[in-house]
Ligand binder design. Structure first.
Ligand SMILES: *Cc1c(COP(=O)(O)O)cnc(C)c1O
Length: 483
């Protein structure tokens, strides 16, 4: 392990293994201004303006910090339409890091999913998965397919000490294959670093076993590697059999076991774009025609050529344990700080960010008063911190208009990779603790404008009662004239 040990163990904290060379100035509006901005944004953190946000923890997508080497490579982009050297460099990077010979470019992760759905999912067919992701499910259902989730029960338990909560339930998998029969199954999709259940990893043993079962049954395996970076780190540090293997060896072994690997380069590779990769040229041929149709020519597939250079360098950097440990160790630190104070967080900490369990903040609040949304509004008012609601607001109403309550009411505080310093995370922890201590002041939200689709992006809500004014008043009592 390459974590640096501190001489005084009580001062052990995560250490940045990089230095900052380009900065962006941040502004923290006063608490009164934050109240005003939150209401102008309809109490929906998606509708806040970046200039009013101090710590933006909405997402890890397309907002990770680039390295000096990535930026340097971007100057060398070769944007010739055919025979581009940039395309060759990205192809080589995929071959070197993942061991995969062929790749198709796409403009981002969901575009890869569109192509996979078009090429392989027929109406009435099913895609097996550990857990769905929003864009994946949307594309599969759009072409008439559906998804069956097979994550083990531990995956939906907010607090356990299990190191791999993204694992498949192997018995359920075997049972489901036997019941459905191979014809009905379009493919099996493994989502590494399972996004919607808290960035939770899947173990190598589980993935290899799933791949083996599928091979035996004649089912194609597709790996969504968008969050592979954190998952690789967790395999290395949490899975005994891999502790002496390099990240590169682990990546090769894993990709070799899959028929297709695809990823969003907004996450994997610290850049922007998407790739579908395979060693099977027949499979690539089946998808190829969709690239010029939906994305662009096969040399760029809708990506900016400069981004492709950044992805290529980013993939090599992903093989460096000292680079990929930065996300997980800072997230673990923040989760631990909060947990020790008694704040309910999803444990063990995964990749992606820290997830606050809003149901435990507000045990008497119903799902219909949107506890995770209320917590998101409170965090912005308390500290200029922007999280993302991952609860009932993110669900869609049933066809009869009734609410579909989310299984978990979470507020996700994403940690874009290499973006925040330790003191900024300490500030976040401090403000979350303050909100936790003042949770009894906080009430629910109600919709004032509710779009029929994607309400979590565009919907506007209002507080129920005057809890937000009370929260501001308490802030002034506790913090004086501080920002
Ligand atoms: C973000 C993400 C996607 C979609 O990628 P985009 O680049 O945002 O389209 C797909 N799968 C997972 C697991 C993701 O986290």
């Amino acid at each position: 392990m390459s974590t640096v040990k501190f001489y005084r163990q009580e001062h052990q904290v995560p250490l940045e293994m990089h230095k900052v060379r380009i900065v962006q100035k941040l502004f923290l509006p006063t608490v009164e201004e934050r109240l005003k901005k939150m209401n102008e944004a309809g109490n929906n953190t998606f509708l806040l303006q970046n200039k009013d946000i101090f710590i933006d923890m909405l997402t890890d997508s397309g907002v990770n910090a680039m390295s000096d080497n990535q930026q340097a490579a971007m100057f060398q982009a070769d944007d010739s339409y055919a025979g581009s050297e940039t395309c060759n460099r990205l192809k080589k990077a995929i071959k070197d890091t993942m061991g995969l010979e062929h790749f198709l470019p796409a403009h981002q992760g969901r575009a890869c999913e569109n192509i996979l759905a078009e090429a392989f999912v027929k109406p009435g067919q099913v895609v097996l998965t550990n857990f769905h992701f929003t864009t994946t499910k949307a594309h599969i259902t759009r072409v008439g397919g559906s998804m069956i989730e097979l994550v083990a029960a531990k995956g939906l338990d907010p607090v356990t000490d299990d190191p791999f909560k993204g694992d498949f339930d192997i018995d359920e998998l075997k049972k489901t294959i036997a019941e459905l029969g191979t014809e009905k199954i379009a493919f099996l999709r493994i989502e590494t670093g399972t996004n919607l259940i808290g960035g939770q990893p899947v173990s190598m043993a589980n993935m290899l076993e799933v791949a083996r079962i599928c091979k035996e049954a004649g089912i194609m395996t597709v790996m969504d590697a968008s969050l592979l970076q954190d998952n690789l780190y967790f395999i290395k540090v949490r899975e005994e059999a891999y502790k002496n293997k390099s990240i590169l060896d682990i990546t090769h072994e894993l990709c070799a076991a899959m028929d297709i690997t695809y990823f969003s380069a907004r996450k994997l590779g610290f850049a922007r774009g998407g790739c579908i990769c395979s060693n099977d040229n027949e499979l690539i041929r089946k998808m190829m025609e969709y690239v010029p149709l939906f994305e662009g020519f096969l040399t760029y597939g809708g990506m900016e050529v400069r981004s492709m250079e950044a992805i290529a360098v980013g993939l090599y950097e992903t093989m460096d344990e000292e680079i990929i440990n930065q996300g997980p160790i800072f997230i673990e630190y923040l989760a631990k700080e909060l947990h020790e104070y008694g704040v309910p967080v999803v444990l063990p900490a995964g990749g992606l960010g820290v997830h606050l369990n809003a149901s435990e903040f507000f045990p008497n609040m119903s799902h219909g008063e949107y506890p995770a949304g209320a917590l998101g509004a409170a965090m912005y008012i308390a500290g200029g911190i922007r999280g993302m609601e991952r609860g009932t607001i993110s669900e869609q109403r049933e066809p009869d208009g009734s609410e579909r309550y989310a299984e978990l009411e979470l507020l996700r505080l994403a940690c874009p990779r290499r973006v925040f310093t330790l003191s900024q995370l300490k500030y976040v922890a401090d403000r979350v603790k303050w909100v936790w201590d003042n949770r009894e002041i906080i009430g629910g939200l109600k919709f004032v404008e509710e779009p029929a689709v994607l309400r979590f992006f565009f919907g506007r809500l209002a507080p129920i009662g005057d809890w937000q004014e009370k929260l501001v008043k308490k802030f002034r009592e506790d913090f004086g004239d501080s920002l």
